[in-house]
Design a protein around this ligand. Structure first.
Ligand code: FAD
Length: 331
């Protein structure tokens, strides 16, 4: 239990006032998880008809019952200093989730939802090595990540966890990606922010359910510092093309703009197995015309294209060409 939690619960009037504004479904889930009380779940569930708060019709006295019990449960939790309850078993989670969204959540969704929401104590997306990393030549495996938005940050965090050297090339003069570039009035997410954030880095301080651009940008910015990724970012470096030095691995995908490969032995490889001899059909990306300008810099290594695609894939050995971006890019 954190000090923040203890303090939040100590002031019962403030707690009750906050709960008076809270949606019934999340309150119910917290209550059931803290107490294991499935009776209250069954009592409230028939009044919840969908995932959105406007789809519930829980009578006020029943809501108050949930609030009162939740206050008691939270205070008990704070005073005993017990650790948070463990992840409920899958059948109980299924009942809870089904009640929360007003329809049966199929059994096969449960592992996905546990992973997405990081309900368990462990980060389910942490890297799991199949072999002892100490036996792998990780330092010889350099990754070039293109783009310092959400996906580039996440990729950097995971690479750091893995101990793999990397550099993030970003054409803009600041990190943030789309949340840097868009600043029109009212610019905001349309996914509730508690979902639109990393499962391993929740932010209990979102000021709104659908936060504005400045707040989201600040969240990304702080992630670069918190996880020590900022020093791996080279700003003002626009990737202008990529060449494969190896054929694409069978079945690997590059259509989302992901390019990847292992570092050749030198920064500007002279191997005859160069791009022209293998020439995988890299698609031109809207963000990276494949044949612009002569490269001023070469970065050889694995490249992960992160632009606009919240993911990255391995495909082939590659060299990325980049050049300094025009100085007009905004901060
Ligand atoms: C107004 C708005 C609201 C949105 N709301 C939601 C929402 O509610 N829910 C949701 O899921 N998604 C939403 N999105 C989508 C949003 O784009 C993604 O959620 C996410 O931010 C994308 O992150 P990314 O890192 O994949 O791409 P980006 O944020 O686009 O980052 C890509 C980075 O790559 C850099 N780059 C591109 N090409 C090159 C190059 N050649 N060389 C070097 N650097 C390069 C770019 O400068 C950029 O910094 C919204 C988008 C906008 C614009």
């Amino acid at each position: 239990m954190t000090v923040d939690f203890q303090e939040a619960v100590r002031d019962e009037a403030a707690l009750r006032s906050a709960l008076a504004d809270a949606d019934i479904a999340p309150m119910l889930m917290v209550l059931v998880q803290l107490t294991g009380d499935l009776d209250i779940l069954e009592e409230v569930a028939p009044h919840i008809h969908g995932a959105w708060s406007f789809l519930e019709a829980v009578p006020e006295p029943l809501k108050q019952k949930v609030r009162d019990r939740l206050v008691a449960a939270l205070k008990a939790q704070a005073t005993t200093g017990r650790p948070p309850p463990p992840l409920p078993p899958p059948d109980m989670l299924q009942r809870m989730m089904s009640a929360g969204v007003g329809q049966t959540v199929p059994e096969e969704y449960i592992p996905l939802l546990v992973e997405e929401t990081r309900l368990g104590a462990e980060d389910p997306r942490r890297v799991r090595w199949q072999r002892d990393p100490a036996t792998l030549p990780l330092r010889d495996f350099k990754v070039v990540v293109i783009g310092a938005g959400f996906a580039g940050l996440c990729t950097g965090i995971r690479l750091k966890e893995m101990g793999i050297p990397f550099e993030i090339l970003e054409k803009n003069d600041a990190v943030g990606g789309t949340w840097l570039e868009n600043d029109y009035p009212g610019c905001a997410v349309d996914t509730p922010n508690h979902f639109f954030s990393f499962s391993f880095n929740p932010n209990p301080g979102w000021s709104r359910h659908f936060s504005g651009r400045d707040e989201i940008r600040a969240y990304i910015e702080s992630g670069f510092d918190k996880y020590g990724v900022r020093q791996h970012v080279r700003l003002g470096a626009e990737v202008t093309g990529a060449e494969s030095t190896r054929p694409l691995r069978a079945g690997a995908s590059h259509s989302a703009g992901a390019i990847a490969g292992r570092r050749p032995s030198s920064a500007t490889p002279s191997s005859p197995r160069s791009a022209s001899s293998t020439s995988p059909p890299f698609r031109r990306s809207r963000d990276c015309p494949a044949s612009v300008a002569r490269p001023s810099t070469r970065r050889a290594g694995t490249a992960a294209w992160t632009s606009g695609a919240s993911g990255w894939r391995w495909s082939a050995r590659a060299r990325a060409r980049c050049r300094p971006a025009p100085p007009s890019r905004r901060k």
